[in-house]
Design a protein around this ligand. Structure first.
Ligand code: DGL
Length: 279
């Protein structure tokens, strides 16, 4: 057995374009209180949702490599846009050159896997950033796992700025959430399952629930992704053994740490003491 490889241990890396991935980290911290985590938010270059495929890939790759350099053996792309646009290429092209035993996982696949348990009629709606919707990642993954499912998508570019500017409980939020959900359900009025395919959207849940037809089930990603990580680590005990377990959580941002610490309060249920990092 390769001794060096076994000696390689580190925290679980959680990457997002900014703050949104903290909604996923929240659930990781509840599910894995004894594991170590390193969160990296690329706040200096957020949002990713409006950027081209190439930019999202370059930025995500740099961030993942940085987390690897910090010792992470496993990195979760908590960002839907990065999962949709960069994950596959990083898995196929970049891991081999760096260290083929490291792993990068995303949030699209675990969410799609749950559809079979949630949807009763096979009509699914997806809301996300413009980038996630244009990538077609959700419809393609859904067709692979559940052929014949009818998928409607709606880009909601105003929802992230509404959350980040603390406008969640205002008439402005109501207007845009209602408008975009109306557009989604106009595409298919039989949708019975709604995937919130963006890190920020669970924070708009109370508004979203007011504008969806009765009986529609809403899938928020935090708990789904945490459960999926649990199942992954059970299936891969060799990776679980490489995850250190001292119950710590470090935070890095590419922007101003004081700003990050303050804004994090909206997304994470614990105080944050972040450090600045250059990519
Ligand atoms: N984290 C992104 C996502 O889940 C939303 C914010 C952004 O556009 O960068 O798609």
């Amino acid at each position: 057995m390769d001794k060096d490889r076994v000696a390689n241990k580190g925290s679980i890396g959680v990457f997002d374009s900014g703050y949104g991935g903290l909604t996923i980290l929240n659930e990781f911290l509840k599910e894995f209180p004894d594991y170590d985590f390193t969160y990296l938010g690329d706040n200096a270059r957020t949002p990713y949702g409006t950027r081209s495929f190439d930019m999202v890939y370059q930025y995500t790759r740099q961030s993942v490599m940085r987390l690897f350099e910090m010792g992470c053996q496993l990195v979760i792309l908590a960002c839907n846009t990065a999962s949709a646009k960069a994950l596959r290429t990083i898995q196929q092209n970049d891991l081999v050159g760096f260290d083929s035993t490291r792993r990068v996982l995303g949030v699209v696949r675990p969410s799609v896997e749950k559809i079979g348990e949630v949807s009763r009629n096979g009509h699914v709606g997806v809301v996300g950033t413009t980038g996630t919707v244009q990538s077609l990642s959700y419809p393609l993954e859904i067709q692979k796992l559940f052929p014949g499912t009818v998928v409607a998508q709606q880009a909601c570019p105003m929802w992230v700025p509404l959350v980040e500017n603390d406008e969640r409980n205002t008439p402005g939020a109501e207007y845009f959430v209602k408008r975009d959900l109306t557009r989604l359900f106009e595409q298919d009025n039989q949708i019975d399952t709604l995937i919130l395919g963006c890190t920020h959207y669970p924070l708009l849940l109370p508004v979203i629930e007011r504008f969806i037809p009765a009986g529609v089930r809403v899938m928020s990603q935090g708990t789904i992704v945490a459960q999926s990580l649990r199942e992954y680590l059970i299936r891969h005990p060799e990776m679980d053994a490489r995850c250190t377990k001292n119950g710590t959580c470090r935070f890095f941002t590419t922007e101003n740490p004081a700003k990050f610490n303050e804004a994090s309060a909206v997304f994470l249920e614990q105080p944050v003491d972040s450090s600045r990092i250059e990519l």
